[in-house]
Write a new protein. Structure first.
Length: 363
């Protein structure tokens, strides 16, 4: 069976089983927090929404990282619970990211901080609705982060497997939080070279999106350092290609696909690799216009103008070429890892299919 065959025949079942594992865990949390009343119930309800839907790439790479390195029978429910921990981590990062970026929407609905601010206003409560919304988002993000650790610890596998996986998760969380601060600092300074933007991309997104989920899965299977290193050769360039595709979607993506307004990254003033390349290569007057417009209120005509600058600079084409290069590098490394680390052939086929899905998302 090829990766594409798994995509067509089994992906929906995987997502359904994964969601069931998440829902069961959140049911436990809802019962535990029920004595706190309606406010806690609202927080749990928003947590449910934040971990519903999405592509589930992180859980999928974790699951197939496990399958690639596994050489014995296993408890499917326990593995699903472990992989679900990566989705809780991702949801935590998105809730905090939306607050820091002052984003209005997430997947076509109000971002967490906006939703709670609206609730405060609708109820006519005293105080500042925006501050209430920000507090709710911080606390929900923290709660989801805590739950990601708890779900992995209590997934049902033995400590000989969970302990090493938690070590990877600890490293992953440190990287993504520090990477997020790098991003905040870059935005605060209002300037970033291509190298700086690439460092932010690597630590804020690439490693925690694909490389570390693969490592968590492989560690759960009992894999050693050599196998994790072999998986890095696949996961890190693929994670970078994945985020570069996200950068393109953030500027050129269709809102129906992204769940965000057109040109949202430009409105938020994100200093991505795409933007850094455009500023480096565009004509001086166009580079100045792009630089001045970043992080300002932009109408459809403004977004179209900035997209034109990015296209004419060659940045769009260069990022597309880099995505192709990194994806090919990843697939080559996966082929080498099959032999050097003795990875499961079927799991590697699926991982190759996931690589295509992660990097060929439409604009």
């Amino acid at each position: 069976m090829t990766g594409q065959a798994w995509e067509q025949a089994d992906q929906e079942r995987f997502r359904s089983d994964l969601q069931a594992a998440i829902d069961d865990f959140l049911d436990e949390q809802a019962t535990r927090l029920a004595p706190l009343g309606d406010d806690a119930a609202r927080l749990v309800a928003e947590g449910r929404v934040s971990v519903t839907g999405g592509k589930r790439f992180r859980a999928a790479f974790c699951y197939w990282g496990f399958r690639a390195a596994s050489s014995s029978s296993y408890d499917e429910r326990a593995v699903l619970r472990a992989t679900a921990s990566l989705e809780l981590l991702h949801a935590s990062a998105l809730v905090h990211d939306d607050l820091m970026d002052a984003s209005d929407t997430r997947r076509g609905r109000p971002a967490t901080h906006r939703g709670f601010a609206d609730l405060h206003q609708q109820q006519g409560w005293p105080g500042d609705p925006e501050q209430y919304g920000a507090a709710a988002a911080i606390l929900l993000g923290d709660l989801l982060l805590s739950w990601s650790d708890e779900l992995l610890r209590r997934c049902g596998l033995g400590w000989d497997r969970v302990g090493p996986a938690l070590d990877v998760l600890d490293q992953c969380r440190s990287e993504v939080i520090a990477g997020q601060f790098l991003d905040v600092s870059v935005q605060g300074r209002g300037v970033a070279s291509v190298d700086q933007a690439m460092t932010v991309l690597r630590y804020k997104s690439a490693k925690y999106s694909i490389e570390r989920p693969l490592h968590v899965g492989a560690a759960l299977a009992g894999a050693g350092t050599d196998t994790l290193t072999a998986l890095t050769g696949f996961g890190l360039p693929l994670g970078e290609a994945f985020q570069l595709r996200d950068d393109l979607l953030g500027v050129f993506g269709d809102p129906a696909t992204t769940g965000k307004p057109a040109g949202d990254d430009l409105v938020e003033g994100k200093r991505t690799v795409l933007v850094a390349l455009a500023l480096e290569s565009a004509a001086d007057d166009e580079a100045a216009r792009l630089d001045a417009a970043l992080g300002t209120a932009l109408g459809p005509d403004d977004v179209a103008d900035l997209r034109g600058i990015i296209d004419r600079s060659g940045a769009h084409a260069r990022v597309e070429a880099k995505i192709t290069e990194l994806a090919e590098q990843a697939v080559t490394a996966l082929g080498l890892a099959r032999a050097s680390a003795g990875l499961d052939e079927h799991a590697c086929d699926v991982l190759e299919g996931l690589a295509a899905a992660a990097t060929r998302r439409v604009l």
